[in-house]
Design a binder for this molecule. Structure first.
Ligand code: ARG
Length: 587
């Protein structure tokens, strides 16, 4: 289905002489007194043509044909065109939305191939809350892209290579406690790692021994390779258990080590092409002076003025690093999937890394780089009540598994109190859906580039813009149909939508907005747009339900209202599903 702004845009273009490639901003009005949609077309064109905007608006209006869609078009303010939709037209559109499995979301003119690099935790370290935002955001964006009709590749770029393995191998061989490893492999690996890395700082011989283990691993020593693989296996099984709980899946998991063979050629090419050069024994990329200084990621300004801020691609000890690996990864992805876009979902502290890495790539392989949009989808931190990074009371980083356990426990306490009659099994299942949903929603709702304060009370509340509130809105609609069934009425659907009451018309318009909102989510990688839409939808539904009796109405009106209930529930369930959130049937 074509969206309303796009329909109006076509009609407007037909009413304008030589519109050229003018962008006619069509948005929803903020105040219903001004109608439903608003276009600044006349103002945009008047500026280009040095004409009077109100006079131009009048000219457009004289030729504009939107009688079938709008009951009124008015000129307002400096030359805005305000459109009020006809309720019969809204009604007919809601009717076709009902028969549309895409729920009114327009199909892309050309499906794109999108790679999402998200979650990407590190081997031998437990996943912590910092990984939660990447996992939840990336998963939601991938779901939205797929729903819209794009081809999606979900790639988990696990950190499974690097200097930490020297220490881990040394630890494994010297201080491993087998029973601890059996009980909680990641906890034991973390303990060993901390222990050895502390000793490396104090004792040069320990550091040397760790280096030796790393060199052996890199040289392909059979024992070290086997141990390294075991560490990956143990970590992956913990990651998988978390992904299972979160309902997150990947199409490929290609860790950093997958690119080992490709690192040397990358560095060699960068040196040969003069993009990287030797600097203090390392290989680095410096500014090429093409970008304005302010935008150049290889320059930094301090008190003394501008100075170099190079990106290292080979360390002085001859090892490649995170940047080198990302360059090789990018090349591989372009060769393998020919994507139109690659989106990297990580925290905001990696902004400089990605700006530099993208810039190096553009200089290294300009043609390949021109074919792809590279997006760093970054996000802020999760904070505790004290405004500092969210930690346990004793100051430890919070592990994701513990966080999810606590969410389910807290939710279980609520659910069992509210529904004492349900079996414990059922209570547990509902608590799972609510608890996990609450954590995800709290993470997706804030503007992703801001920090947010983690609050159990807020996220688990049934009031306000929360997952339980939206899940409950869904459950309440379902209960209308349950009541119907209990009264012995078999509802088969098929009623005609009739929008008469203002609250019905408002709900109809709200339902239609879904098709406009979803493409926007992908455009700027912001699931919060969808979250806020669903909240508005639940509120609009609520007002409708207050104003328009459903079960107590009769005949065609009842049939129509039941259809509106059904469609609202379907949209809530689909929308929450795109955020990666399930809905219970009762709660
Ligand atoms: N493993 C990294 C970390 O935990 C994130 C990797 C993100 N993806 C990438 N291609 N660099 O910080």
């Amino acid at each position: 289905m074509e969206t309303i702004p796009s329909l109006l845009q076509h009609r407007l273009l037909a009413a304008i002489d030589d519109p050229g490639d003018a962008v006619l901003g069509i948005t929803q009005t903020s105040d219903p007194r001004f109608g439903d949609y608003q276009a600044n077309a006349a103002m945009v064109l008047a500026k280009q043509r040095k004409a009077n905007p109100r006079a131009l608006a009048q000219q457009i209006l004289d030729r504009l044909q939107v009688d079938d869609i709008c009951s009124a078009v008015e000129i307002a303010g400096a030359g805005f065109l305000n459109f009020r939709l006809r309720s019969e037209w809204v009604q007919a559109r809601v009717e076709s939305m009902r028969g549309d499995e895409r729920l009114g979301v327009p199909a892309p003119s050309k499906p794109r191939c999108l790679v999402f690099d998200f979650s990407s935790p590190n081997v031998a370290k437990p996943m912590h809350v910092g990984h939660i935002r990447s996992t939840i955001l990336g998963d939601s964006l991938a779901r939205v892209a797929e729903f819209i009709g794009h081809k999606v590749v979900r790639d988990n770029h696990i950190g499974d290579w690097g200097t930490q393995f020297g220490m881990l191998l040394l630890a494994w061989k010297t201080i491993l406690i087998p029973s601890a490893l059996e009980a909680d492999p990641l906890l034991e690996m973390e303990r060993m790692y901390k222990d050895v890395s502390a000793r490396c700082k104090e004792d040069a011989s320990v550091l040397e021994a760790a280096r030796h283990e790393l060199v052996k691993l890199q040289a392909g020593d059979a024992e070290n390779l086997a141990l390294w693989k075991e560490m990956i296996r143990l970590s992956q099984s913990q990651f998988d258990s978390i992904y299972g709980r979160l309902g997150v899946r990947f199409d490929v998991t290609l860790g950093e080590s997958f690119y080992n063979e490709r690192l040397k050629p990358v560095v060699e090419e960068l040196l040969a092409k003069g993009i990287a050069r030797e600097s203090d024994g390392a290989a680095c990329v410096f500014s090429d002076g093409v970008e304005p200084k302010e935008q150049d990621p290889f320059l930094i300004k301090d008190k003394e003025g501008w100075r170099d801020n190079p990106a290292m691609v080979l360390k002085s000890d001859g090892a490649a690093n995170y940047t080198t690996t990302d360059l090789a990864t990018l090349q591989y992805r372009l060769e393998t999937w020919h994507p139109d876009e690659i989106a990297y979902v990580t925290d905001g502290r990696q902004q400089l890394h990605f700006r530099q890495m993208f810039a190096v790539f553009r200089r290294w392989l300009p043609e390949a780089a021109a074919s792809v949009k590279l997006s760093h989808v970054w996000f802020g931190s999760i904070l505790g009540d004290d405004g500092k990074p969210f930690k346990t009371r004793s100051g430890e980083t919070i592990r994701l598994a513990d966080l999810l356990d606590e969410a389910q426990e807290r939710s279980f306490a609520q659910v069992s109190e509210r529904n004492p009659a349900l079996s414990v099994e059922e209570q547990r299942e509902i608590a799972r859906v609510i608890g996990i949903g609450a954590v995800k929603y709290a993470d997706l709702l804030p503007h992703r580039q801001g920090d947010y304060v983690f609050s159990w009370d807020r996220m688990l509340s049934f009031q306000g813009n929360t997952a339980p509130y939206l899940q409950n809105a869904y459950v309440r609609i379902r209960s209308i149909f349950r009541k119907l069934a209990e009264a012995g009425v078999e509802w088969a659907g098929g009623g005609q939508i009739l929008l008469e009451h203002p609250a019905e018309i408002a709900l109809g318009k709200r339902l239609l907005e879904f098709g406009e909102v979803l493409p926007m989510v992908l455009e700027d990688h912001r699931p919060n747009t969808l979250a806020n839409y669903l909240y508005e939808l639940a509120n609009t539904f609520h007002s409708f339900y207050e104003a328009c009796p459903v079960l107590k109405s009769e005949g065609a009106q009842k049939a129509s209202r039941l259809e509106l209930c059904e469609l609202s529930a379907r949209l809530l369930k689909t929308g929450l599903g795109l955020l990666g959130i399930e809905v219970p049937e009762r709660m």
